[in-house]
Design a binder for this molecule. Structure first.
Ligand code: ADP
Ligand code: MG
Length: 261
């Protein structure tokens, strides 16, 4: 499996940690962050009004972190996640992804980073109804121009990762909500991204299906995937190692789970 662009970038950065030049050490220190946000703002113009959805967010997120984002409806959670997923661009401020200033990426580089390095999961699954589970999971690989034999291997592995190897031929309407979200997770991780972003992934699920979905995401995080989960559910939010609360487009609190917990 070829190392992704982002993985290569991370490798280049981490290999510089042994250098003795203090300037290089500073770079290496900063680049343990997969995500660096500085003064991030997002305004929406609605008629004559301007909505300040994000009001200047500063945040560093370590590679491999497990972070939850909570906060009232309208506090900017989805807006932030969309920007992190390169699905939207900030009005002002800086977003560095693996050390790369995303504002300087051209369309092609953005599309590549989105395709290879970032997985996104939505509350309402966003599966293609006419396609079975395997075909849904295969879609990003087809779009990436991968050969069929390699596609099949990766699809099988991703469906196994979400314990749905035996449902590959089922369409979404033949699956439960929890199973649909697991197909969506398989699709999000089939390119083996570095970053998994989930916007209220359990919002449409009963608690036991929700717990299964969270268990799967957590096991992917233990394998090294950086996991960011937006949730309304405090029981899910508190499972993360780091808890961000947004309020009116600002970070209202940023806490880490105590080691003793
Ligand atoms: P959350 O996910 O925390 O509920 P959002 O990020 O969806 O909040 O929204 C934050 C604020 O930005 C809200 O006031 C919302 O109405 C506004 N907003 C979000 N997206 C848009 C948009 N596309 N156009 C106009 N306003 C938007
Ligand atoms: Mg939202």
């Amino acid at each position: 499996m070829k190392a992704s662009r982002l993985a290569r970038q991370l490798y280049v950065i981490s290999s510089s940690e042994s250098l003795s030049d203090p300037a290089d050490r500073v770079t290496a220190e900063a680049s343990k962050s997969i995500i660096q946000l500085e003064g991030l703002r997002r305004d929406f113009h609605v008629g004559d009004e301007v909505v300040h959805a994000l009001n200047g967010i500063d945040l560093q997120i370590d590679a491999g972190a497990y972070l939850s984002i909570m906060g009232p409806s309208g506090s900017g959670k989805s807006t932030l996640l969309y920007i992190l997923g390169l699905l939207d661009v900030p009005t002002a401020g800086e977003y560095r992804l693996a050390g790369i200033n995303t504002a300087q990426m051209n369309d092609n580089e953005r599309a590549n980073a989105r395709q290879r390095d970032i997985g996104f999961i939505f509350q309402s699954f966003h599966l293609v109804p006419r396609m079975n589970a395997a075909e849904n999971v295969e879609l990003p690989l087809t779009l990436a121009g991968m050969a069929p034999a390699e596609r099949r291997k990766l699809v099988d592995r991703a469906l196994d990762d979400v314990a749905l190897g035996d449902r590959a031929g089922h369409r979404p309407d033949q699956l439960s909500g929890g199973q649909r979200q697991r197909v969506a997770i398989a699709r999000a991780i089939v390119m083996q991204p570095k970053l998994l972003l989930a916007d209220e992934p359990t919002g449409n699920l009963d608690s036991s299906s929700g717990a299964e979905v969270v268990d799967i995401m957590e096991s992917l995080n233990r394998q090294g995937l950086t996991l960011i989960v937006v949730t309304h559910d405090p029981d899910i939010g508190k499972r993360a190692d780091r808890h961000i609360k947004l309020h009116d487009g600002n970070v209202a609190s940023d806490r880490r789970t105590e080691a003793s917990e």
